[in-house]
Ligand binder design. Structure first.
Ligand code: DGT
Ligand code: CA
Ligand code: CA
Ligand code: ZN
Length: 562
């Protein structure tokens, strides 16, 4: 499959076209087409061979020609021309938050700065002092810092993909490996991969793994390598009687480990990655995680909440929550179809949701003012409802709920009249436009939406895009309080680069008794799997099934949103 390569080239074209001052609308066209190709449920080469490229959403004649040229010749002349005529560094510099095309061009063309490292050096050496004021220079500095700290970390699906690659590589050699580190804890971003094995061969085998470009460490019990995609993998060998203790230790978090070790010390014992030992050095446990926790007088702590944020006390008292599980979900309440910016038809999405065992879905296409996402007018929604009705007759007792992700406008009003909104079963509200307001104004917009009688929940409340955009600086404590006062809900959006709300705020919302909607925000059938990332955040937020709106039966959900 060359889908992601094609998507990447289209995105690059978008960036270069933008750097050359082309129409915003052209820029968006490339990025939109890139997104559809990336989300495509089939192989783009197959689509191309069958001459169906223009059937791909947002791929018009012009972009189809580009894809055809690339797949036929392996080259893209326009891209090459643009790369040539655009000063080296412009697209790179534009990846820094706060640097737009004009500034990037100025930096690259007039000042000869060809990359982010050079920009950093120029800032440090004071070479930009005459050119930009102190506020702008500080913004550059922060932008670089943010970008670099994000760049080293993987999103969950990327980290999972790396782990699966490793698992199958080692599996083919008959070596079993276990996952540890932040990936096992389900953190939203993962720094490096930590693998454990009771097979001593693991330590040498990793060195022969395809893609290894650098060996950082190679000893008898551990190796550490860097792969060609920049990912670091640490592998460690432990004897079977040590394995459980090693798993606890390398799953972390560090703060959780320290608390456990202090607990052991309090009993006159010693805990490390090799086991739990009494004061004579006699092994008390170590073979399994359950054994280690049990010996310390605790319940087994689910990896997702090992952050020393109350789980130690709860496990000692036997009061750990029963964290929500994937099986608990009865439905999904945010998804998009070809009616707006999704890539599959409503019927196909519903079928896929049924096969997952759901009782219901809320189809939540965008509302009219989100033009870039092909938002629906009242009239088109009424047409969609006809299709929903027809499908519901066919698929009963499975139920498609009439939903909408309604746009919160700049003044906090919604895209539709209340009388129309009341005809929906579920109404999520969110903002996609005009973020550059005062924090107070942004918060006010959301509070206004929460006070609107038709709204059931706020989607991706902060609008963060992990690695690309910080969340809006809204007052989340206020938002949570308003949700509670108005009997409304908040969302954990399962898109792996959103995961919004995050675990910290979702936990606060739960503690206030605000029900959470945990959903996939799917734009394709494959995206329905995003629910697992949402569930991971929910678990990290200590949510139980009863805290999650769409872990309820249809009947009970309908009462909640009535
Ligand atoms: P990452 O890779 O930055 O996403 O985060 P982790 O949590 O995977 O951290 P990593 O790879 O540095 O180390 C894996 C685990 O090893 C970590 O979660 C806890 C444990 N660990 C690492 N360093 C220390 C330490 O200095 N003290 C203790 N107690 N545990 C440590
Ligand atoms: Ca790690
Ligand atoms: Ca590591
Ligand atoms: Zn959205």
């Amino acid at each position: 499959m060359r889908n992601s390569k094609v998507a990447q080239l289209l995105d690059e074209l978008g960036g270069l076209v933008e750097a050359n001052g082309e129409d915003w609308f052209k820029v968006i066209a490339y990025h939109r087409a890139a997104t559809s190709v990336r989300n495509l449920d089939e192989d783009v080469e197959l689509v191309w061979k069958e001459k169906r490229l223009e059937e791909i959403k947002y791929v018009g004649e012009g972009i189809a020609k580009k894809i055809d040229e690339y797949l036929r010749t392996g080259r893209l002349r326009l891209l090459e021309t643009l790369r040539e005529k655009t000063p080296a560094g412009v697209p790179l510099l534009m990846r820094v938050q706060g640097i737009g095309p004009r500034t990037a061009y100025h930096l690259a063309h007039d000042m000869g700065i060809a990359g982010v490292e050079e920009l950093k050096a120029a800032l440090e050496e004071g070479r930009l002092d005459g050119e930009f004021g102190p506020t702008v220079r500080e913004a550059f500095r922060l932008g670089i810092e943010k970008m670099q700290s994000f760049e080293r970390r993987l999103l969950l699906p990327e980290a999972e993909g790396e782990f699966q690659k490793m698992e199958s590589y080692f599996g083919a050699l008959g070596i079993a490996v276990g996952m540890a580190g932040s990936l096992r804890r389900g953190k939203s971003t993962v720094g490096d991969l930590d693998l454990l094995s009771t097979d001593p061969k693991v330590v040498d085998a990793i060195l022969g793994c395809p893609g290894v470009v650098q060996v950082l460490e190679s000893g008898p019990k551990r190796s550490s390598v860097k792969l060609d995609d920049g990912v670091q993998v640490d592998v460690r060998f432990f004897a079977p009687e040590e394995y459980g203790a090693a798993l606890v230790y390398f799953t972390g978090s560090k703060d959780h480990n320290i608390a456990l070790r202090n607990l052991a010390i309090g009993k006159g014992w010693k805990l490390n990655e090799y086991g739990l030992f009494d004061k004579f050095g006699t092994r008390l446990s170590g073979e399994t995680e359950e054994g280690v926790y049990g010996k310390l007088g605790m319940q087994h702590v689910p990896p997702e909440i090992r952050e020393n944020k109350g789980e130690i006390e709860a496990a000692l008292g036997g009061t750990l929550p029963r964290l929500v599980e994937l099986d608990d979900f009865k439905g999904d309440l945010q998804m998009h179809t070809t009616w707006s910016d999704g890539t599959v038809e409503l019927g196909e999405m519903a079928g896929a949701a049924m096969r997952r065992g759901y009782e219901y879905i809320g189809v939540t296409d965008h509302s009219k003012s989100v033009r870039v996402a092909n938002g629906l007018t009242e009239e088109r929604f009424r047409k969609q409802w006809k299709e929903i009705e027809r499908l519901n007759d066919q698929l009963s007792p499975f139920r498609i709920l009439r939903g909408v992700e309604v746009e919160i406008r700049t003044d906090g009003s919604l895209d539709f009249e209340q009388s129309f909104l009341d005809e929906f079963d579920v109404v999520g509200a969110s903002l996609h436009q005009n973020f550059r307001q005062d924090p107070e104004k942004l918060t006010e917009r959301i509070l206004k939406a929460l006070a609107h009688p038709s709204v059931d929940y706020i989607c991706h409340p902060t609008n963060r895009l992990i690695g690309r955009r910080e969340g809006n600086p809204i007052d989340l404590a206020k938002v949570i309080r308003a949700a509670k006062d108005n009997g409304k809900m908040l969302e954990i959006d399962g898109q792996p680069n959103r995961l919004d709300l995050d675990e910290v705020w979702a936990r606060k919302a739960m503690e206030e008794g605000v029900p959470m909607v945990v959903d996939s925000d799917a734009h394709s059938v494959g995206d329905l799997d995003n629910i697992s990332y949402g569930a991971t955040v929910a678990r990290r937020a200590w949510l139980e099934a009863e805290d999650v709106a769409n872990a309820r039966s249809l009947k009970s959900l309908l009462k909640l949103v009535a």
